[in-house]
Design a protein around this ligand. Structure first.
Ligand SMILES: [Mg+2]
Length: 315
């Protein structure tokens, strides 16, 4: 049985620890008060994690759900090259949810928050009539006018991606078949404990490397289509160059990789590793609209955006 709301909030406050960084006033007053570095703009992102849509209690350990909930927000900040500073978390929990689950959730959430020095600065708790709902808001900052946007890709730019693609979808596919898969196994980490690429995004911004960027949350094909549409360009992806973490289809359309997809002018020297994460050139931006995948012989096929759409609209 979960603690009463007040007890739960006290518990969360202890977990949040002493306020730090940008957070001047954290949990315990009517509002949090944040102070961001002067000359910086505020980045704000919010994401739902819903039981049955983004996770299943029989597949995902509670600490993985907490980790993934925060990853969704941190990855959006990373995609714009920002520095995350505070998180806000609203939870709706079924009355019969074991306390153990709540503790596990906060342990996973808290571990990732400490790793990225993100302070849990507020939130809300309510009883859910059915299913767990976690809504996270992450606040970050970037130097004014410098956040990396989706619209800056130009014909001739190269397309790059961090890490591997399709690894999360590959684990999900295994879960569908075997159900029992140890979350703690290294091979399962990209799905259960994905690492938001905050360090990479910061380097891209600081060194003005990227012309456009997005995080791969819905699948390469869908997220690349966002860059193409907003930049008014097209793209060719080299199938043989994709850093596969699963099958080609999983790499193209599987969701929840939380890698960064970015474009850069061809003359920019992009290191093979940034902040310890491998970077792979996977294609190029074209003047002609539409997306194509090229095989090793240069043959091109249409690439349709059919990444994971949950039953959600991301806006
Ligand atoms: Mg995003």
């Amino acid at each position: 049985v979960p603690l009463q709301e007040k007890a739960l909030i006290n518990r969360i406050r202890r977990l949040a620890g002493p306020r730090a960084g940008a957070v001047r006033v954290g949990i315990g007053d009517d509002c949090a008060v944040l102070r961001l570095p002067s000359g910086h703009e505020v980045l704000v992102t919010t994401d739902f994690s819903m039981e049955g849509v983004h996770f299943r209690r029989d597949w995902h350990p509670a600490d993985s759900v907490g980790h993934r909930t925060l990853t969704r927000g941190l990855s959006d900040i990373a995609a714009m090259g920002g520095t995350p500073s505070a998180a806000f978390l609203s939870l709706a929990l079924p009355q019969r949810l074991p306390q153990r689950w709540v503790d596990g959730f906060f342990s996973g959430f808290g571990r990732l928050a400490r790793k990225f020095k993100v302070h849990l600065a507020g939130g809300d708790v309510a009883e859910s009539p059915a299913g767990i709902l976690a809504d996270v808001m992450v606040i970050g900052s970037a130097p004014a006018g410098k956040a990396i946007r989706r619209f800056g890709a130009r014909a001739g730019d190269y397309i790059y991606v961090t890490g591997q693609l399709g690894a999360s979808a590959a684990v999900l596919e295994k879960l569908r078949i075997e159900t029992k898969l140890r979350a703690s196994a290294a091979v399962a980490a990209p799905h259960f404990y994905p690492q938001p690429r905050v360090g990479v995004g910061q380097v891209l911004l600081r060194n003005k490397l990227a012309s456009a960027a997005i995080d791969v949350s819905d699948g390469l094909s869908t997220d690349l289509s966002h860059i193409c549409e907003q930049s008014g360009v097209g793209a060719v992806v080299y199938g043989v160059s994709l850093p596969l973490g699963g099958t080609l289809q999983q790499a193209l359309h599987g969701g929840e990789d939380y890698e960064l997809l970015f474009t850069a002018p061809a003359q920019k020297l992009i290191p093979s590793k940034i902040a310890g994460v491998p970077i792979t050139r996977i294609g190029e931006v074209t003047q002609a609209m539409g997306m194509w995948i090229a095989d090793g012989n240069g043959r091109r096929k249409r690439l349709a955006a059919r990444g994971w759409q949950h039953f959600k609209a991301s806006f």
